[in-house]
Design a protein around this ligand. Structure first.
Ligand code: AN0
Ligand code: CP
Length: 317
């Protein structure tokens, strides 16, 4: 594997999950693979899980790891070509990226959507410049439109916990006070559509995602109806995708919060969320603390998805 930014880069999902579960059963089986190889993780945005799980995954493979927080101590970076750089940005990505490539063998990038200009975000300008100019394999640690390491960990988790062959998965929008990107729901939809699960998306009017990601999923505007018979409830907030409201918060309606009464409509569903989660906005304390909440094993699988992807990248160097 050269780069990892979408579900298409991982190939057959059955073999990917199988490999992930083998790695999980014996995570130090490949400690020689990454010897004298350096991973550089570049963060344009905050992180807890991605930072820790990806570093741990790299260490399991024997790699060295460097972390760069662009907004803490590095020069402020200009991302647009042609700009007269007379403002506060001291360096351009077009120099910074090939320089970063000099010091490492693999690069992970986190760069969220700006949520101001939809075309710019959906062109994935930042991560695509890393792919073009770093000279190194690049993987997404959440880019503007997708979070594939999260979705891969979600898929591994569903495969581990599912109690029926073809579970019903319901991704539900839930309220949040701030504008969040569509990367997690886009990506989750993209990965679920690549399985044979029964996949349903529910959200208020105005929160329709890019049809490219919705694909063949069923969209149901009545959350209660959508949740009926669900085996997994995947909650997430996102801001509006549709013009002219792109990047806006259209609703903070707590009628959409996942609570015990809503979970009672399901087929004794497991509750999932990528975290970080705002309690009593997205989900009530009772639901996230219930025995059917699998948010912690889900987060634990971030180490496994990252290690599977890094292993495949190292094997291709
Ligand atoms: C981010 C998002 O929604 O994309 C990261 C989630 C993994 N969440 C927040 O910024 C709260
Ligand atoms: N789920 C996830 O990516 O978490 P972080 O933003 O903490 O990395």
């Amino acid at each position: 594997m050269k780069n990892f930014t979408t579900v298409n880069d991982i190939g057959d999902l059955h073999s990917a999950v199988k490999e992930a579960l083998e790695i999980k059963a014996d995570r130090f089986a490949y400690t020689d693979l990454g010897r004298n190889k350096t991973l550089l993780m570049v963060f344009f945005n905050s992180s807890l899980r991605t930072r820790l799980s990806t570093q741990k995954a790299a260490m399991n493979l024997g790699m060295n790891v460097i972390v760069l927080d662009v907004n803490q101590g590095a020069w402020k970076l200009e991302t647009e070509r042609g700009v007269i750089m007379d403002g506060d940005k001291a360096e351009h990505l077009l120099e910074a990226i090939p320089v970063m490539g000099c010091y490492c063998d693999v690069i992970g990038v986190r760069s969220f959507a700006g949520l101001k200009n939809r075309d710019e975000d959906y062109e994935e300008r930042v991560i695509n410049q890393f792919i073009k100019y770093s000279g190194r394999p690049v993987f997404s640690m959440e880019a503007a439109t997708r979070h594939p390491l999260q979705s891969f960990a979600d898929l591994i988790t569903i495969e581990e916990f599912k109690e029926v062959e073809r579970p019903k998965i319901v991704m539900t929008w839930a309220p949040h006070p701030k504008a969040l990107p569509q990367a997690v729901p886009n990506s989750f939809a993209e990965w679920m559509n690549a399985t044979d699960y029964d996949f349903v998306i529910t959200h208020p009017h105005g929160y329709e995602l890019d049809p490219k990601f919705v694909g063949n999923a069923r969209v149901e505007y009545d959350q209660r109806k959508a949740l009926e018979g669900a085996d997994f409830v995947y909650a997430k907030n996102w801001s509006a995708y549709q013009a002219p409201d792109y990047g806006k918060v259209l609703s903070t309606d707590r009628n959409w919060t996942v609570d015990t009464e809503k979970m009672a409509l399901t087929n004794h569903a497991f509750f999932m969320h990528c975290l970080p989660v705002r309690r009593n906005m997205i989900v009530t304390d009772d639901v996230i603390e219930s025995p059917r909440s699998i948010v912690i094993p889900e987060a634990a699988n971030r180490e496994i998805s990252a290690q599977t992807v890094l292993k495949r990248i190292l094997e291709s160097l």
